[in-house]
Design a protein around this ligand. Structure first.
Ligand code: PMP
Length: 360
């Protein structure tokens, strides 16, 4: 069976070999007679899956020993509140950089817990460029500095790591984690919902430096208290077992492909093909400045929205699914995460060129 190319922003395409392996193991995992969905999370079978997934991700991201890796629930939106609950550590304020809709959601949640200083905002550029760090007004008394490393809706991505000195840097990496190597030691905390580059929805990844643990607000629920979860293998409650299992298969798949450096090279090649098509065209419109374009979410518009329905219908007929842009911005968005093969991008470029010829 040939599957269409799925450009969904998330939940998103997963590597086909991973889905095939999960299908083959669905009724009987490794001769146990059980599906992973049927196992006790505390049994030796699932614990081996859990520890293997942790080890695989630690190796992939080269996570230093003084960082905990937590497998939680509640999504990135949950972390928007859980981060201040845990990281204020007696302080009353935090810095946020506003680069788009996901930053705004983070700011709105944090405002329930502390004073938010918007240290920089892309609003002035119409959210088409990341404000350079020279323009940030950081507060040395802030508990942390929060950024969204890739704004999934508008396709605006940091291609550099901010320097926040002694104040911990916190990043929502939901839509670009594992797309390239990162230096984890530059961050105090990284979080990500799983449903783009990691695995199925339901799992939330948190990587947090040890010295930031232990200062949670007294009202923090134990399931959302990093220190409590870290001391309990993320199992103060039942973890999302099947999502962890599938994420583990994805981590192994990435390692087999050559790790994050290989992913980055492929992702650069895919994005170059698609942006190259947009740049050569006087028909397709794009907004984000070249230096800050997302390698994961490529957004574009047609000159006349009356053509949108025909573009989408033709794409669907050509086996190119889920290209509709987010309702906030309209237009189109091709999400080209790790599991999108370059052939999918080539097929999209061919379709776009043919559509331009017909309607441009
Ligand atoms: N942050 C970013 C950058 C996202 O792309 C998303 C989801 N698309 C979220 C946060 C929200 O994640 P969740 O639905 O897992 O809470």
């Amino acid at each position: 069976m040939t599957r269409p190319f799925n450009f969904s922003p998330g939940p998103a395409v997963l590597p086909e070999p991973v889905l095939r392996q999960a299908a083959a193991e669905m009724l009987d995992w490794h001769g146990t007679g059980m599906s992973v969905t049927e196992m006790s999370h505390r049994g030796k079978e699932f614990m081996s899956i859990y520890h293997a997934a942790q080890a695989s991700l630690r190796e992939l991201l080269a996570i230093p020993d003084d960082y905990k890796l937590l497998f939680l629930q509640g999504g990135a939106i949950g972390q928007n509140a859980i981060v201040p609950m845990n990281l204020l550590r007696g302080k009353d304020r935090a810095d946020y950089v506003n680069t788009g809709d996901w930053s705004k959601r983070s700011i709105a949640e944090a405002e329930h817990f502390c004073k938010v200083n918007v240290a920089a905002s892309a609003e002035g550029s119409g959210f088409t460029a990341i404000p350079p760090q020279s323009e940030w007004r950081l507060d040395p008394g802030a508990a942390y500095v929060h950024i969204c490393s890739n704004e999934t809706i508008i396709g605006l991505e940091y291609h550099w790591t901010p320097d926040t000195g002694a104040v911990p840097l916190v990043a929502d990496m939901s839509s670009d984690i594992l797309s390239r190597p990162i230096d984890v030691s530059r961050y105090g905390l990284i979080y990500a919902g799983a449903q783009k580059n990691i695995g199925p929805a339901g799992l939330t990844l948190v990587i947090v430096r040890d010295d930031l643990l232990g200062g949670a607000l007294p009202t923090t629920p134990s399931a959302f208290n990093y220190q409590v979860q870290a001391a309990n293998d993320s199992m103060i409650n039942t973890p999302p077992t099947f999502a962890i299992y599938l994420a583990g298969l994805v981590f192994d798949w990435i390692r087999e492909q050559g790790g994050l450096a290989a992913m980055a090279e492929r992702n650069r090649a895919k994005a170059a093909l698609l942006y190259g098509c947009l740049d050569r065209s006087a028909f397709y419109r794009k907004r984000v400045v070249a230096a800050d374009r997302s390698l994961m979410n490529v957004c574009f518009h047609l000159p006349d929205p009356a053509l949108d329905a025909a573009f989408l219908e033709g794409a669907r007929a050509a086996g190119l699914l889920n290209l509709k842009g987010h309702r906030i911005v309209g237009g189109f968005r091709a999400s080209i995460y790790n599991a999108m093969p370059i052939d999918g991008v080539r097929a999209l470029v061919r379709y776009m060129q043919a559509f331009e010829k017909r309607c441009g």
